[in-house]
Write a protein that binds this ligand. Structure first.
Ligand code: ZN
Length: 243
């Protein structure tokens, strides 16, 4: 195992360059804000990658050097080539951790791993969100007690079309009365997947200390504990009959 957990933060990186409001909040991109959550933590090495880089910033060399991949996307899910999405999915099955953020619920790698539409209800207004801890003591929620509040968010509501999570660790309620499973985990093959709802681009969510704490905890949780080869080996003899 490497001495550090190698994190790659992938971002579509379009809104920040095209929308003044978003650019003012995230002048270096959402990926830089997320990456800065790990500053000063020697247990991690962090790089960023973006859609408009060659191979979407996700060459084999980059993926070979990635233990945990963060994914933020919104308007350009369709521009991620199928072969890149498939490559990410296979890496997860082999053990890479995947943290799926906010509107990446419709990203190709997440939908591919879930096998459902991953659609949900939404409203871009001025909701207040209370995120309730439904799994006290879960490592992703280390340092968080009972609940926390985000004052200004985009609403996401049920029904969220996902397979039943292995763990639902956060449940949100919104000003409008809707509820949402905001923190969900799954195992896929040897890999761990965490979906985390907060993160709309017009709000400075990724500078919130509680959110940043969860991102770091999530990387610790999702780091591979072993890898698995994708193979279907033929065995002509049984394990007890090797002569
Ligand atoms: Zn959004």
């Amino acid at each position: 195992m490497p001495a550090t957990t190698r994190v790659t933060v992938w971002n579509e990186y379009r809104h920040e360059k095209e929308n003044e409001q978003v650019g003012a909040i995230y002048p270096d991109g959402i990926q830089a804000a997320i990456a800065s959550s790990f500053e000063g933590l020697g247990e991690f090495t962090v790089r960023t990658a973006a859609l408009d880089e060659p191979e979407c910033g996700l060459s084999d060399d980059v993926l070979d050097a990635t233990d945990v991949l963060f994914w933020w996307g919104h308007r350009a899910h369709g521009e991620v080539p199928d072969q890149i999405a498939q490559k990410v999915k296979l890496r997860v099955l082999q053990g890479m951790g995947l943290i799926v953020l906010h509107s990446a619920h419709l990203s190709k790698p997440f939908r591919g791993l879930m096998g459902t539409t991953c659609q949900l209800k939404w409203r871009e207004a001025d909701d207040r969100e209370i995120l309730w801890v439904s799994r006290p003591g879960h490592p992703i929620l280390a340092g968080i007690d009972d609940h926390f509040i985000l004052d200004q968010v985009e609403m996401y509501g049920e029904h969220f079309d996902i397979p039943e999570p292995d763990e639902t660790i956060l449940i949100s309620s919104f000003t409008g009365g809707e509820v949402f499973r905001s923190g969900c985990t799954w195992r896929r093959g040897a890999g761990k997947v965490f979906y985390f709802r907060p993160g709309h681009e017009t709000f400075p969510i990724y500078f919130d200390p509680t959110i940043r704490n969860i991102l770091v905890n999530a990387a610790r949780w999702a780091a591979p504990t072993g890898t698995m080869a994708i193979a279907c080996p033929r065995k002509d003899k049984g394990w007890l009959d090797q002569s």
